[in-house]
Design a protein around this ligand. Structure first.
Ligand code: PBG
Length: 327
C-alpha cells in the first residue's frame, strides 16, 4: 500500500511509546485523603472502601511513615469527631480531632505537607455543610465559621487549607482571616467546582456525614452544568484562591479541561470515594483489572488538564509510577 502517514509507526514498541507520550505524571502531584478518628489504637477499615481506614492519631503516625516511604508526602485530612452538634463546633476547636492530628504529624514528620479540608458536614449533627435555619443552610453565618475553622487548622500546623463546603464568598473570608492573623503565605486550594454528586456515597459512610434530611443541592452544583463551572472557578480566582479543584474527577473530564482553559491557577482533580469503590469492588470480583483501570483513570484526569490528583489510590499510583506502568 502506498501510504505516507502510518500512525501505528509510533506505537511499535514500549520505549518509543513512552518517548512520545503526551501526558506525564509525577508523585509530587499526588495527595492522599486521610480520615482521622478519636481514641487510641484504632485502624478501622471503611466497609464501602476496601483497603481504606479511619485512623486514631497514634496509628496515623504509621500511615504517614508508609506514605512517605511510598513517595507520597501530601495528606488531606478529614476529621471524624465522636461528638457532633448543631453548629459543628468540633470543626474549629483548638483540640479538635484534625487539629490534634496536625500537631502530632507536624512534630513527628516536618517534611509532610498537610492540607486541611475545611467543611462542617463531618462535625454537624444534621450532616449539612453549614449552619441551618430551618432546612436552609445559611451562607453568611457559615462562612464566618469556615474562616474560623481554617485559621484553627493553620494554627495547628496545616500548610494549606481546602474549603469544600460550597458556600459563596468563603475563599475571600478565609483569606482575610488568615492574613489578619499573619498567615499571608498559607495557600488556599478551593474546591471551586464541586458537584452534588452521588459518587460521594462511600465518603459519607466513612465520615458518618450523610445529611439527616434532604440533599446538598442548594449549595453543591447541578451536574447538568458546565458553564457554571467556569463562573465558580473565576469567582474563586477573584476572591484570592491559589489553587482550584474540580470534583469528582472520573465523569468530569470535560469540566477539568474547561476550567483549565479558563484559568491560570494550578488545577487539582479529586477522584472521589465512589470512583475508588467501583474500581476496588469490580477489581476484587475479578471483573476488571484494578491496577490498570486505576492508571487509566488517573491518566485521564491529567490528560484533561489536572496538575494535581487527589486519590485514595495514591500509594498504589506512586508504585505504578516507580515501576513505569504509568507516567
Ligand atoms: C466534605 C467533603 C465531601 C467529600 C470531600 N469533602 C463529602 C460531601 O460533600 O458530601 C467527598 C469526598 C469523596 O467522596 O471521596 N464536604
Amino acid at each position: 500500500m502506498d501510504m505516507i502517514n502510518r500512525p501505528r509507526r509510533l506505537r511499535t514498541g514500549d520505549t518509543l511509546r513512552k518517548m512520545v507520550r503526551e501526558t506525564r505524571m509525577s508523585k509530587s502531584s499526588l495527595i492522599y485523603p486521610t480520615f482521622v478518628v478519636e481514641g487510641q489504637d484504632r485502624k478501622e477499615e471503611i466497609p464501602s472502601m476496601a483497603g481504606q481506614y479511619r485512623y486514631s492519631v497514634d496509628r496515623l503516625m504509621y500511615l504517614a511513615e508508609e506514605m512517605l516511604a511510598a513517595g507520597v508526602d501530601k495528606l488531606m485530612l478529614f476529621g471524624i469527631p465522636d461528638h457532633k452538634d448543631e453548629r459543628g463546633s468540633g470543626a474549629w476547636a483548638e483540640d479538635g480531632i484534625v487539629q490534634r492530628a496536625m500537631r502530632a504529624l507536624k512534630q513527628r514528620f516536618p517534611q509532610l505537607y498537610l492540607i486541611g479540608d475545611v467543611c462542617m458536614c463531618e462535625y454537624t449533627s444534621h450532616g449539612h455543610c453549614g449552619i441551618l435555619h430551618g432546612e436552609y443552610v445559611d451562607n453568611d453565618e457559615t462562612v464566618d465559621l469556615l474562616a474560623r475553622t481554617a485559621l484553627s487548622q493553620v494554627e495547628a500546623g496545616a500548610d494549606m487549607v481546602a474549603p469544600s463546603d460550597m458556600m459563596d464568598g468563603r475563599v475571600a473570608a478565609i483569606r482575610a482571616t488568615l492574613d489578619r492573623a499573619g498567615h499571608i503565605n498559607t495557600p488556599i486550594m478551593s474546591y471551586a467546582v464541586k458537584y452534588a454528586s452521588s459518587f460521594y456515597g462511600p465518603f459519607r459512610d466513612a465520615a458518618d456525614s450523610a445529611p439527616a434530611f434532604g440533599d446538598r443541592k442548594s449549595y453543591q452544583m447541578d451536574w447538568h452544568n458546565s458553564r457554571e463551572a467556569v463562573k465558580e472557578a473565576l469567582s474563586d480566582v477573584a476572591e484570592g484562591a491559589d489553587l482550584l479543584m474540580v470534583k469528582p474527577a472520573m465523569a468530569y473530564g470535560d469540566i477539568i479541561s474547561r476550567v483549565k482553559a479558563a484559568t491560570d491557577l494550578p488545577l487539582a482533580a479529586y477522584s472521589v470515594s465512589g470512583e475508588y469503590c467501583m474500581v476496588k469492588t469490580c477489581g476484587r470480583l475479578g471483573y476488571i483489572d484494578e491496577q490498570s483501570v486505576m492508571c487509566e483513570m488517573a491518566t485521564a484526569a491529567y490528560r484533561a488538564g489536572a496538575d494535581i490528583y487527589l486519590t485514595y489510590f495514591a500509594k498504589e499510583l506512586a508504585a505504578a509510577m516507580d515501576e513505569g506502568r504509568i507516567g
